[in-house]
Design a protein around this ligand. Sequence first.
Ligand SMILES: NC(=O)c1ccc[n+]([C@@H]2O[C@H](COP(=O)([O-])OP(=O)(O)OC[C@H]3O[C@@H](n4cnc5c(N)ncnc54)[C@H](OP(=O)(O)O)[C@@H]3O)[C@@H](O)[C@H]2O)c1
Length: 281
Amino acid sequence: MAADSAVPTITLNNGVEIPQLGFGVFQIPPEQTKDATLDAIQAGYRHIDTAEMYGNEQGVGEAVRASGIDRDEFFVTSKLNNGFHDPADALAAFEVTLGTLDIGHVDLFLMHWPLPGVLDYVETWKAMEKMYEGGKVRAIGVSNFKQHHLNRLLAETTVIPAVNQIEIHPYLAQDDMRAYDTEHEIATEAWSPIAQGLVLTDPVVERIARRVERSAAQVVLRWHLQRGDIVFPKSVTSSRIRENFALFDFELSDADVSDISALDKGQRTGPDPDVFNYIPS
Ligand SMILES: NC(=O)c1ccc[n+]([C@@H]2O[C@H](COP(=O)([O-])OP(=O)(O)OC[C@H]3O[C@@H](n4cnc5c(N)ncnc54)[C@H](OP(=O)(O)O)[C@@H]3O)[C@@H](O)[C@H]2O)c1
């Protein structure tokens, strides 16, 4: 079993350590999730990012339990689904996630989307503070929050989110949001770090990849790590799972990092959090 000792950790604002590189399981079918996650664990990943919305928390929990590795070596994140923002529903949904994962506790629990116009996310966050007080989650955070959403949490609630998980890749560099997070001691996590493959054929990325003799995916993931963000690329392909983990024996120059950052064109692949109000049926 490969050790993940090469993966640096980031210290969250409550002192909890999170591995900077993890494994994302969005769009992995439930019946494939246990095997794909076990493959990732075999490759060395110890940080796994799932969500109730993905329908595959059970497979993640099964893989963690079947791995034979001590639970405390893992960092498992899940997220509150959009249908459960009412405070009573949020607390109940968290209990369901705990039961479905069945790994004792959750390391990080996030509000998946702010859902403007559905229910006030400030009230939902107060319910998440109660989860945190309950001791079954080591850190709580948000996802897809913009500055104006976070301004309200910081002004009206007690616990500062430990992380903000947002879409970031070379075509959506999010430097203003990342700076805001840093200023408020909120760690930034980058979802869709390779934009689901979209950025891998960019000529600038390809040129750097040829020079450093790495794949385009490795170059983009390394760009995220050197900027200080937390990433969890998704793959169901064994060779790619390993490729995406082999990021710690090369470095990009400062010029490479700047050249990739300059590709930013504000291009989202996912919805804008200010208008996204989707509630799964
Ligand atoms: N909070 C949120 O709202 C939110 C939204 C989206 C995602 N996320 C999180 O972020 C994680 C990652 O984002 P994502 O799954 O959207 O996209 P991603 O990791 O940017 O890209 C995944 C896609 O790229 C392919 N791929 C992976 N490694 C590759 C490589 N080395 N070379 C070429 N292609 C490669 C995968 O194909 P194969 O699987 O076929 O190999 C898959 O189609 C998710 O799994 C989830 O945990 C969170």
